[in-house]
Design a protein around this ligand. Structure first.
Ligand code: ADP
Ligand code: MG
Length: 628
């Protein structure tokens, strides 16, 4: 038999196009060919199990080998093989629904995956690296004759009788001169490790030395010898393909170590398993968070029927879960997935919300089953949960029951519990509940202490996301305000109907204000006379909550209005306590003394709040040394 013909596409010549436009990601040709070999093996298995194959299938195995001298790379399988007619049907007729469509689309295509996927060009990706491709194949069917197909990358192909004597297929690539890297064992080994590590059919790449027990020596010690064994590069039965009931914690941890050899143990994991309305399996792990988030991102590996596709899962996994680790496998995601596909696909959106729901369910279960353990992990998982609550409405609805607020005494409360805890003391005269918080209890020590004395509770909000989380909580919680402890003097943080009054006349107030303004001599410091408990500090410096938040947001990169606030100078309020005993002293002193006392009181406030720095601090210390 001998036949020559033209590959049926209507465009002039597709291969130069493939080569020219798909220069990135050349390595995926190997993924395509190996997965074709796996498909062929699995098809045979299925036929056998359905009783359509009378003979023994034997051990099904894919073999990848390099012949550096001949400059060939061969992918072999003992799967179903092809008859000459099947080659014509499956290989020669490139599956373009429409060649003009192809010509239109390839111009816009951004990556190889997109073209290969869109036009079913898996096999032809071989021409990205080969100047000639040969197929030697023998179909499983009774009486089939071996066939050989060759093509040099033009649209001309040739089919003749082949030489294969065993069922299956060899795909032989004559590697072109620009692609000789694909003749290097190490390069091929690492590509296989990336894409084929969990394929369901054994993939052999050469051999390796293994040390095995070899009896005992005279002293009774076990002896070892080195033997050469097949180098099977994959684990055909990874845990995500098994039922959770078959697996122990140790299996999950082992698998985690296999995926991320140098990582700390994960906190917990979620086994995903769904078959309707889409198909998805996987295991997601919650890692211990490190400070450098970016390094930890993109650790989730996406598979399609155990073939690795990508670790860019931005579009499949909700953003707040990108820090999770693990694997997701969905046959509903095509092998040659491209960004634009993922963004448009409706299954992907469903997968996204499914994962989000599963994570919420798992957290809820952990919280209910083992509150103490959950609290211990909170510093690691809190960030996910808060981020999720902010970015995903549905997640918030679930998370509000297991979202923990931590106070400065390191006690954890759910939102509901916290409400109950603080509502008696922290409701203001208008019926608003005021949550007090600090990002740094040390720095705000004097404020925290004053609040505690008044039976107020102070929350610790020190994670990188808390600025946003605070805004979100305020939006979500009814009649609830969030105020940082230094947002105002104590009595004004939570305004009560029975606020203290002071006895100063208008005249005295005006005078006092002038004294302090002169002593402070800084326009950004707005002096106000307040009525505070006599034992409170004579002067307190505060920054209004709203303004401070706007500034913080703008620092974190909000543009527009936010940028505007960022450029405003820091404006502080200097609250002078009209009820403090130094006030009468100031009012009765002479001018020079007045300024000195006011300055001292102001500097003490700065000092207490960690704001006294540089030359001012030095001057303060010198002044006080003189007093001793
Ligand atoms: P796809 O895998 O998406 O069908 P490909 O271009 O990768 O597209 O392969 C085209 C077809 O060629 C396959 O569907 C299969 O019928 C056939 N084929 C490719 N490789 C093999 C193989 N190793 N054994 C048997 N058939 C194969
Ligand atoms: Mg294929």
């Amino acid at each position: 038999m001998q036949e020559k013909g033209t590959i049926s596409i209507n465009t002039e010549n597709i291969f130069p196009i493939i080569k020219k436009f798909l220069y990135s990601d050349h390595e995926i040709f190997l993924r395509e060919l190996v997965s074709n070999a796996v498909d062929a093996s699995q098809k045979l298995k299925r036929l056998a199990s359905l009783g359509h194959y009378g003979k023994e299938t034997g051990e099904l195995k894919v073999n990848v080998s390099v012949d550096a001298a001949a400059k060939t790379l061969t992918i072999s399988d003992n799967g179903i093989g092809m008859t000459a007619d099947e080659i014509k049907k499956y290989i020669n007729q490139v599956a373009f629904s429409d060649a003009t469509e192809f010509m239109e689309k390839f111009k816009e295509a951004k990556d190889a995956n997109e073209i290969i996927g869109r036009f079913g060009l898996g096999f032809y990706s071989a021409f990205m690296v080969a100047e000639k491709v040969e197929i030697q194949t023998l179909s499983y069917q009774d009486g089939a004759t071996p066939a050989k197909w060759t093509c040099d990358g033009s649209t001309e192909f040739e089919i003749t009788d082949g030489s294969r004597t065993e069922r299956g297929t060899d795909i032989i690539l004559y590697i072109n001169s620009e692609s000789e890297e694909f003749l290097e064992e190490q390069r091929i080994g690492s590509i296989l490790d990336k894409y084929a590590k969990f394929l369901p059919v054994a993939v052999q790449f050469g051999t390796k030395e293994e040390s095995v027990e070899d009896g005992v020596d005279e002293e009774g010690k076990t002896k070892y010898k080195s033997v050469t064994v097949d180098n099977i590069i994959n684990n055909t039965n990874p845990i995500w393909t098994k039922a959770p009931s078959e697996l122990k914690d140790e299996d999950y941890l082992d698998f985690y170590r296999e995926l991320y050899p140098f990582s700390e143990e994960p906190l917990f994991w979620i086994h995903l398993n769904v078959d309707y309305p889409f198909n998805l399996t996987g295991v997601l792990y919650f890692p211990k968070l490190k400070n450098d988030f970016e390094v930890q991102k993109n650790k989730i590996k996406l598979f399609s029927r155990q073939v690795f596709i990508t670790d860019e899962v931005k579009d499949i996994v909700p953003e707040f879960l990108l820090l999770l680790h693990g694997v997701i496998d969905s046959p509903d995601i095509p092998l040659n997935v491209s960004r634009s596909f993922l963004q448009a696909d409706s299954n992907v959106k469903k997968i996204n919300s499914y994962i989000s729901r599963k994570v919420a369910d798992k957290l809820s279960e952990l919280f209910k089953k083992d509150r103490k353990g959950y609290e211990e992990k909170w510093s690691d998982i809190g960030l996910f949960v808060k981020y999720g609550a902010i970015s995903d409405e549905k997640f918030y609805d679930k998370a509000k029951d297991f979202l923990l607020l931590t106070n400065t005494s390191n006690e954890h409360y759910t939102i509901e519990e916290y409400n109950a805890k603080v509502k008696d003391f922290q409701t203001d005269k208008d019926g608003n509940l005021v949550y007090l918080y600090t990002a740094d209890a040390e720095h705000h020590h004097s404020f925290v202490q004053a609040a505690t004395k008044k039976n107020y509770d102070v929350l610790l909000m020190n994670s990188p996301i808390d600025t946003h989380f605070i805004q979100h909580l305020e939006m979500k919680l009814d009649k609830t305000r969030m105020k940082r402890v230094d947002a105002d003097v104590l009595d004004k943080l939570i305004e009560k109907a029975d606020a203290e009054k002071h006895q100063l006349t208008d005249d005295e107030q005006t005078k006092l204000k002038a004294v302090f303004e002169k002593a402070i001599n800084n326009a950004a410091m707005k002096v106000e006379i307040e009525s505070l408990p006599a034992e409170a500090m004579p002067v307190t410096i505060t920054m209004e909550e709203w303004m401070r938040r706007m500034k913080e947001m703008s620092k974190m990169g909000g543009g527009g209005m936010m940028g505007f606030y960022g450029n405003m100078p820091d404006n502080y309020k200097v609250a002078v306590n009209a009820n403090h005993k130094i006030i009468s002293k100031i009012l009765s002193a002479d001018e020079a003394q007045q300024t000195a006392i006011a300055k001292q009181a102001f500097d003490l406030a700065l000092l207490a709040q960690g704001m006294l720095k540089g030359a001012d601090l030095t001057a303060f210390v010198e002044r006080n040394v003189e007093v001793i």
